[in-house]
Ligand binder design. Structure first.
Ligand code: ZN
Length: 386
């Protein structure tokens, strides 16, 4: 078996499983560039043809709001991303179906459609308002990543100095409201203290929609073994992400050494493309590829994703691990350039001796289960109150 081949067994397992990706940043492209998902593009990572080639059955599209945008403008940005995404789902109704529940994911699958789910990335998008949160839920949003790379007014971020030592009282109210609505709580991007506060406050299991294992790559965005254990003990799922700097210690270390050079690149790129986050990211991706070619940054291979899955399974068992690519939002390893490459993950798991039922859980069944649990607990909580 060559390094770039997929065995018939892996192919058979992959294309008969529900493959569920819990994080892609594609809405930026839809919003800024009016990108049409039906077009197989040479740039970016996600479109309908490549989702089909990759055997993807369900995908959470993240409505990411940069932390520089605050207040009502943050809400409006998330709404703009939401509108652009719903429009694509409507236009391509033969291929895509909006899903707001595990049942709807399965229903889409039975009709050979790709289930598209919506998540907000960055809790500042609700502008400190539970009413705004409920409004997003009403329009179909089914998870919220509590912070991005800066603290919100109510939760600390892993990439920012602590402002609240975790969650504020209002932050706990947000958690309770999300529980009541049956919305998944996403702890990717929050600080360690906020993570433990969320576990304490939440009645439902929680997810990391796109994080790796800190034991293999020391980044504050990754979960250490105790956190993975704690998340799993409440029924949660860590979705391993594909970003080079979270997968590879060598890449992360080299990246840190280049921090000031990268920061000046970022400034130049954002001057060139202004507020167009999609273009910004593509340009930074190109610069990262160039740095790899010239040997400034090390090459990261797709097998690293399987290393992280394997590590998380070793800590938490096969019921608590899933996948969350961060396609169109991060720098992808060699061999996992876009959604068409998903079957390699199954190949990697087969090569490591994973059994078919466990592979199916990791590819998507665990995500479906945590959604169903969250929905069921929400129903109970709503019944208690009425
Ligand atoms: Zn993210």
């Amino acid at each position: 078996m060559g390094a770039d081949e997929i065995s018939p067994r892996a192919r058979a397992i992959h294309f008969s499983s529900l493959v569920f990706d819990t994080h892609a940043d594609t809405p930026q492209r839809l919003f800024f560039d009016q990108f049409d998902l039906a077009k197989r593009d040479a740039e970016g990572c996600v479109d309908i043809p490549r989702l089909r080639e990759g055997g993807v059955g369900a995908i959470f599209l993240a409505l990411w709001v940069p932390v520089e945008i605050t207040g009502g403008a943050a809400t409006r940005r998330a709404q703009g991303l939401l509108d652009a995404t719903l429009k694509q789902i409507e236009i391509h109704g033969d291929d895509l179906a909006l899903a707001t529940s595990p049942d709807q994911v399965l229903k889409a699958r039975s009709k050979n459609k790709i289930a598209v789910l919506l998540g907000i990335e960055g809790g500042h998008a609700i502008d400190n308002s539970l009413a705004v949160l409920r409004g997003f839920h009403e329009r179909g949003v089914r998870y919220m990543t509590l912070t991005h790379n800066a603290a919100t007014d109510w939760a600390d971020s892993s990439n920012d100095a602590p402002r609240h030592n975790g969650l504020t009282d209002f932050g706990r109210q947000v958690i309770r409201e999300m529980n009541r609505l049956g919305m998944l709580i996403d702890i990717s991007h929050v600080s360690d203290a906020a993570f433990y506060n969320v576990l304490e406050a939440s009645r439902a299991p929680v997810i990391a929609s796109h994080s790796c294992c800190r034991a293999l790559c020391d980044s504050p965005r990754n979960l250490d073994d105790s956190m993975i254990k704690a998340l799993a003990s409440q029924g949660g799922v860590i979705h391993i992400t594909f970003h080079d700097a979270f997968l590879s210690q060598d890449y992360a270390t080299a990246n840190r050494a280049l921090a000031s050079e990268i920061a000046s690149h970022e400034r130049a790129v954002s001057q060139k493309f202004g507020a167009n986050e999609a273009r910004n990211l593509m340009e930074l991706q190109r610069l990262s590829d160039e740095a790899i070619r010239t040997g400034k940054l090390p090459q990261v291979g797709w097998e690293k994703i399987v290393d992280h899955i394997d590590h998380a399974v070793g800590i938490a068992g096969t019921d608590h691990v899933g996948i969350g690519s961060d396609f169109d939002g991060a720098f992808m390893p060699e061999g996992m350039e876009d959604a068409s490459r998903f079957p390699f993950l199954t190949e990697g798991l087969v090569r490591r001796g994973y059994k078919e039922p466990d592979i199916r859980k990791i590819l998507g069944e665990n995500t479906l289960r945590v959604m169903a649990d969250t929905e069921r607990i929400g129903k109970q909580l709503r019944a208690e109150k009425s």
